[in-house]
Design a binder for this molecule. Structure first.
Ligand code: 13P
Length: 252
């Protein structure tokens, strides 16, 4: 049995003051919903404050990226240990980083390795663009991203990874995938290549989330699918009521 997980990716939203307000609003209800692994990923600037508020709450805290080097002259970057001091999770390879910031399969892999070495749980994002989807390339792209992202990772470490399937065309567009379509990609193009690397039992044990326009009204459609273990939520994670609706749907 895989425990459901709902992670909020706040992206580039919330000042420290706004982040503190949202966490304080969320805390009572979010804390009580222990049937779901709950994770909040604020921007770096709010990570310290949010992690302090979440301490001993049972709610996880995570970053939205990291750099693979341990320290040194890398202006603007944040090292794995710096994230690990404040959180347990880190989102890696989000499509917005791949699209706007030159993230590649190779850099994703380096970041996953570095995150695992620092004791973090990587939430590795994969997903095809609209063009790739319409060109019938979903299988090739997603399988390639899974294989490349996990390259050189031991079986023991691979078990700790969470994968998020986020079709790029569904992110922030209001146009979500259907539950069955997302389930098919996860079962066929994520768990299958993972099983080829680490075995069927391991592929059935890891958690795979869906992300892309998840909201209270469609969350149950995804959580009702056999291969979908939760959600990585963008826009709907920025308001207490919207986020709680999704977390509560995952508990059912
Ligand atoms: P939206 O939920 O805003 O579509 O964003 C999804 C996402 O990118 C989460 O990482």
């Amino acid at each position: 049995m895989r425990k459901p997980m709902v992670a909020g990716n706040w992206k580039m939203n919330k000042t420290v003051a706004d982040a503190v307000t949202l966490v304080n609003e969320l805390l009572p209800e979010l804390k009580a919903q222990t049937a779901v692994d709950r994770v909040l990923c604020p921007p770096f600037t709010a990570l310290y404050s949010v992690s302090g508020l979440l301490k001993d709450s049972g709610i996880g805290c995570g970053a939205q990226d990291l750099f693979w080097e341990a320290k040194g002259a890398f202006t603007g970057e944040v090292a794995p240990d710096m994230v690990a001091e404040l959180g347990k999770y880190v989102i890696i390879g989000h499509s917005e980083r791949r699209t706007y910031f030159g993230e590649t399969d190779e850099s994703v892999n380096k970041k996953v390795l570095a995150a695992l070495a620092a004791g973090l749980t990587p939430i590795v994002c994969v997903g095809e663009t609209l063009e790739e989807n319409q060109g019938g390339k979903t299988e090739a792209v997603v399988t390639r991203q899974v294989n490349a992202g996990l390259s050189g990772i031991s079986a023991a470490d691979a078990e700790k990874i969470v994968i998020a399937y986020e079709p790029v065309w569904a992110i922030g567009t209001g146009l979500a995938a259907t539950g069955p379509d997302a389930n098919k990609v996860i079962a066929e193009y994520i768990r299958k290549p993972y099983a080829a690397l680490y075995g069927e039992a391991a592929a059935q044990a890891i958690r795979v989330l869906y992300g892309g326009s998840v909201k209270g009204s469609n969350a149950a459609e995804f959580f009702g699918q056999p291969d979908i273990d939760g959600a990585l939520v963008g826009g709907a994670s920025l308001k207490k009521a919207d986020f709680m609706e999704i977390v509560n749907a995952a508990a059912k």
